[in-house]
Ligand binder design. Structure first.
Ligand code: GTP
Ligand code: SPV
Ligand code: MN
Length: 587
């Protein structure tokens, strides 16, 4: 299947004459092509072939040491007017960006091959699917895109002669952090990424297209692109309720999407629809419907184990690319928290000899696996439905060692938008920079919103008034700790207990207690059968005290201040209402 789209062909030629590759190769997405690229990578060391008996179809990749996570400070929204990027995004003038980074791309692919990767975000034939073409000089990117998107002939066919597509240009450059830029041009439907070889910076269908560009398209077209997992929970009566959850990077989306019910809740089944991105639209029935535009998982490896996430462990047994994990002597993989004894020796993520006594992690804390979603034992039979699945509840959540209770319900959509807009989380290894610092991360979209975040809040409020049967909105926190740093909540599979309360709230079948921040479970409305948790821990997990929340209000205020008059009035009202309720709260 050739590309027959004149505008696409002209653009590819233009970019090729800018980057000057020795060769331009069109990718078809075939198995033969995958094998050929892998063989080439094994020769150069770009990939290491793993033990094909134990891990068939699997390979290991190590990134440059300075290139192990998304670099938010090098990520830009390039709009003519800086106000359109807003105060929470880095901004660059489009002309300046094209010329500055164009200068870096100039001749940067000499001696290299430029791969042309047509890809779909969404399923072929769906009216909601978006098309992209990524030009890249990285075989690792091609092989990952093959898992994460529907790529090659299937996308070229969809592109036809006249469909709209996102122009994505990626070059590894020198992998020099001083010459690294991730640029988005929403007004031109264009993405340029230079100087990186790491996941979210270079798999341009993922965060760049499906969140930053798509959030902008959603604003224009009346839908939402969100950093959300999608999971179906089948209750013992056989009904399936779909839930979306926005948690910041490395805060538990993949784990919740693949949850395995605890033994004492064996009547429940959990179905995985998506683990990172949801595109939400109002369906003909007046409900909100969600599509997962991806076709694979780019998941965090450390602490993934048969105890914490058995479905992920089963998913990554074959056809998986591991990035920055430890290589064992028998050519398998290991990482911290895998719940398997470490090998006596191995090669760490930096490519150095390693032993358990090294005193350094063998896998990078943001080590990842790339695996086809279809291999997941809990994958939903509806995960590729073109119209998606109907959503009963939206969750916001993050890592908060203190303050945020296990679960609470917003009073309504507007209040829920406020809860999302004011959420905060401790930073993780998924982005470069300090780990464990609490930062505001509205709707887990702070690094991913392709336009002014105040306008994004407005869009949330507008959508709410347009959805006849909106989902209920909740806030969850699996990460509360006691003063000694011990998690108060067991997490993982036991999180189903919170989901169960949420589903029963959606059906008006569970009790709640009203507090200033929202509706909290009464102790006996939670299903805790078979869970050993002390009364004191449970009390702490559900407590709402006025003083720390008043402090929190101040930090919310600081965050809101940067939006000035753009901040929707409704959010100011919600903040005032919370303040008033806290003033009257005795706890
Ligand atoms: P991104 O892919 O970066 O967007 O991350 P994610 O939101 O999908 O996070 P993921 O599910 O990969 O979890 C990140 C880390 O948090 C892993 O090390 C998990 O083991 C850990 N984690 C996930 N859920 C829980 C939980 O309920 N409790 C605790 N204590 N840790 C959890
Ligand atoms: C995240 O950081 O939220 C991820 C990984 O899902 S990356 O694709 O690198 O952005
Ligand atoms: Mn993510």
């Amino acid at each position: 299947m050739e590309i027959r789209h004149k505008e696409a062909l002209a653009w590819i030629e233009e970019m090729a004459s800018l980057c000057e590759p020795d060769e331009v190769v069109f990718c078809d997405g075939s198995l033969e092509e995958k094998r050929r690229l892998e063989e080439e990578c094994f020769k150069t060391g770009e990939l290491i072939e793993l033990n094909q008996e134990k891990l068939p179809g699997c390979a290991l990749h190590r990134t440059a040491r300075n290139d192990v996570a998304r670099t938010e400070h090098l990520t830009f929204i390039c709009t003519r007017n800086p106000h359109d990027a807003g105060p929470t995004n880095n901004w660059m003038d489009p002309q300046e960006a094209y010329s500055k980074v164009g200068g870096m791309f100039k001749g940067s692919m000499r001696g290299r091959t430029m791969y042309v990767v047509p890809f779909l975000m969404g399923t072929p034939g769906s009216p909601f699917t978006k098309i992209g073409i990524e030009l890249t000089d990285s075989k690792y990117v091609v092989l990952n895109m093959r898992i994460m998107t529907r790529m090659g002939d299937v996308a070229a066919r969809e592109l036809g002669t006249d469909r709209t597509f996102t122009k994505c240009l990626h070059g590894k450059g020198e992998l020099d952090i001083e010459r690294r830029f991730i640029l988005h041009f929403p007004e031109d439907n264009t993405i340029w990424s230079y100087g990186s070889g790491y996941g979210g910076n270079v798999l341009l269908g993922k965060k760049c297209l499906s969140l930053r560009i798509a959030s902008y398209l959603g604003l224009l077209e009346g839908w939402m692109a969100e950093h959300m997992l999608i999971v179906g929970v089948e209750t013992p009566d056989g009904e399936v309720h779909y839930i979306c959850g926005a948690f910041p990077s490395a805060c538990g989306k993949t784990n919740l999407a693949m949850l395995v019910p605890p033994k004492s809740m064996s009547g429940y089944k959990v179905w995985t629809v998506g683990d990172d991105i949801a595109w939400l639209r109002i369906g003909p029935d007046g409900r909100l419907w969600a599509v997962n535009p991806e076709s694979g998982f780019f998941g965090v490896a450390p602490y993934t184990s048969y105890k914490t996430n058995p479905n992920a462990m089963e998913t990554i047994k074959k056809n998986t690319i591991f990035t920055n994990v430890l290589l064992t002597p028998d050519k398998t993989v290991w990482w911290e928290g895998m719940d398997v004894d470490p090998p006596a020796e191995g090669i760490d993520w930096k490519g150095e000899p390693w032993t358990p006594q090294s005193g350094e992690p063998g896998a990078h804390p943001n080590a990842r696996f790339t695996a086809p979603a279809a291999q997941c034992p809990s994958i939903s039979p509806h995960w590729e439905d073109p119209q998606g699945v109907p959503i009963s509840a939206i969750l916001f959540g993050g890592r908060r060692a203190r303050l945020a209770p296990l679960v609470y319900e917003a009073f309504n959509w507007q209040h829920g938008t406020f809860v999302g807009a004011t959420m905060a989380s401790e930073t993780t290894a998924a982005q470069s920079g300090a780990v464990g610092v609490v930062r505001r991360d509205p709707m887990a979209m702070l690094p991913f919103c392709g336009y002014n975040m105040a306008r994004y809040f407005r869009h949330w409020l507008d959508m709410g008034s347009r959805i006849p049967n909106p989902p209920k909105i909740f806030h969850v926190n699996w990460f509360r700790k006691d003063p000694d740093g011990r998690f108060l909540w067991p997490g993982y599979g036991e999180n189903l207990r919170a989901l169960d309360w949420i589903i029963r709230r959606c059906k008006n079948e569970a009790d709640a207690q009203e507090t200033p921040i929202g509706l909290i479970p009464t102790k006996n409305s939670l299903n805790l059968e078979g869970l050993s948790i002390s009364d004191e821990d449970l009390d702490q997990l559900l407590e709402v005290k006025a003083d720390p929340w008043v402090e929190e209000l101040e930090s919310m205020q600081k965050f809101f201040d940067q939006f000035g008059y753009d901040l929707p009035e409704e959010l100011v009202e919600e903040q005032q209402a919370l303040k008033n309720r806290l003033g009257e709260w005795k706890a």
